[in-house]
Design a protein around this ligand. Structure first.
Ligand SMILES: *Cc1c(COP(=O)(O)O)cnc(C)c1O
Length: 385
């Protein structure tokens, strides 16, 4: 089976992980700060905090911005559930803004309309979480403009988008946001096994994220509220978590980051091939404007089902039978029973729902061979023409 995504692990990755395993520190050693420095350099942010997942990063990013009961958080319904769950963890209300049918990202015009409506009812969100679908940045300038008018904070869910660019700026530099979150799950662009990172340029937010990832505990003598009992002394100031990344994971990440450019180049090459090979078929791919560079975490097509005799489910089945590991990103968040219990229903976000009926993710990952790609296209052609 040709999977839809796959990590690339080389000899250096193995060596670097092995070095940590035979060193004095498996966690809280030198690799985590090195990994953070490297990410800071790549994305041009002032601060970066390595964490055990992007989900943890989203959670404490929300807390660091003061999200609590009575507040609300809005995100895209076309995402992994974690983009919404972070709001619920903090006791906030979650709502969604429908997508643009061409970029598959949150639609800024629909957002503006929803904000205007919310303003009338005194229900403006405290935080908006734009999701950079498949690696394509949202229209961050527009979002930032709206955030000034309607006074909300922005956390970028850039789980798909390390190595992506927006107007020639690296995603993660937080030029248009308060915090950016990346994931290092194995299907994403680079991996640490499990892992995530939060970047920010704001010193106060940075301080909060730093303390919340390690139980709300501080060991800095300058920060103590009480008199020091002795050199062993530390204090808990907040209800934090153990969301730290280990040195084993960070070593893998450091080694992987050296190949980030290679990975995104290769993914873009594969996407370009698909574009040429799929020309003329009853389908379309994500629309990416000139000022954007996508890291191409996913290659998503939308099937024009009016011109195809089979259903998407039948197409999915036959592709799987032919050894093509297609996937669907995403089941709309508001379709999940958990969210339906929160009173969301089918029909709430029609663009996302239509997208879901048509969307299929084709295999894309650095080691995908040209011959495999041709096999994918051949199989797809057989299914839909
Ligand atoms: C993968 C993913 C997450 C969660 O990342 P983890 O590191 O697995 O916690 C969150 N949001 C989106 C959009 C993702 O794709």
């Amino acid at each position: 089976m040709i999977p839809y995504g796959k990590q690339n692990i080389n000899k250096s990755d193995l060596d670097e992980v092995l070095k940590v395993l035979t060193s004095d520190f498996l966690t809280q050693g030198p690799k985590v700060p090195l990994f953070e420095s490297e990410v800071k350099k790549i994305v041009s942010s002032k601060f970066a905090f390595a964490l055990n997942s992007a989900t943890s990063a989203l959670h404490i990013a929300c807390l660091s911005l003061g999200l609590k009961e009575g507040d609300s958080l809005w995100t895209s319904p076309n995402s992994f559930v974690a983009s919404a769950n972070c709001g619920l963890y903090c006791g906030a209300k979650v709502d969604f803004v429908d997508i643009d049918p061409f970029t598959f990202n949150m639609d800024m015009k629909l957002l503006e309309l929803k904000l205007e409506e919310a303003k009338k009812n005194n229900e403006l969100p405290k935080i908006i979480v734009p999701v950079h679908m498949a690696g394509l940045s949202c229209d961050m300038k527009e979002l930032k403009k709206l955030s000034k008018k309607y006074k909300f904070k922005i956390i970028e869910d850039a789980s798909h988008a390390i190595g992506s660019k927006y107007n020639n700026n690296p995603v993660g530099n937080c030029l248009y946001s308060d915090v950016t979150v990346f994931s290092f799950h194995p299907v994403k662009i680079v991996t640490t096994g499990e892992g995530g990172i939060a970047t920010t340029n704001d010193r106060m937010i940075a301080k909060k994220i730093d303390i919340l990832r390690t139980h709300g505990i501080t060991k800095n003598p300058l920060n103590m509220k009480n008199k020091l009992h002795g050199p062993w002394y530390f204090e808990q100031h907040d209800l934090g978590f153990n969301y730290r990344m280990s040195d084993i994971h960070a070593a893998l990440g450091l080694s992987q980051l050296k190949r980030l450019n290679k990975f995104t180049k290769k993914r873009n090459q594969i996407a370009k091939n698909y574009e040429l090979l799929l020309k003329g078929l009853p389908l379309r791919s994500q629309k990416i404007a000139n000022s954007y560079f996508s890291s191409y975490h996913l290659y998503i097509i939308r099937l024009n089902l009016e011109q195809i005799e089979k259903s998407k489910e039948a197409i999915f089945h036959s592709l799987r039978k032919k050894g093509i590991g297609v996937q669907v990103h995403y089941i709309p968040i508001h379709y999940h029973p958990f969210f339906q219990e929160l009173n969301f229903k089918k029909g709430d976000f029609p663009n996302t729902e239509k997208y879901y009926e048509e969307a299929l993710s084709l295999p894309i990952y650095p080691d995908l061979k040209k011959s495999e790609q041709l096999k994918v296209v051949k199989a797809l052609k057989e299914c839909i023409t």
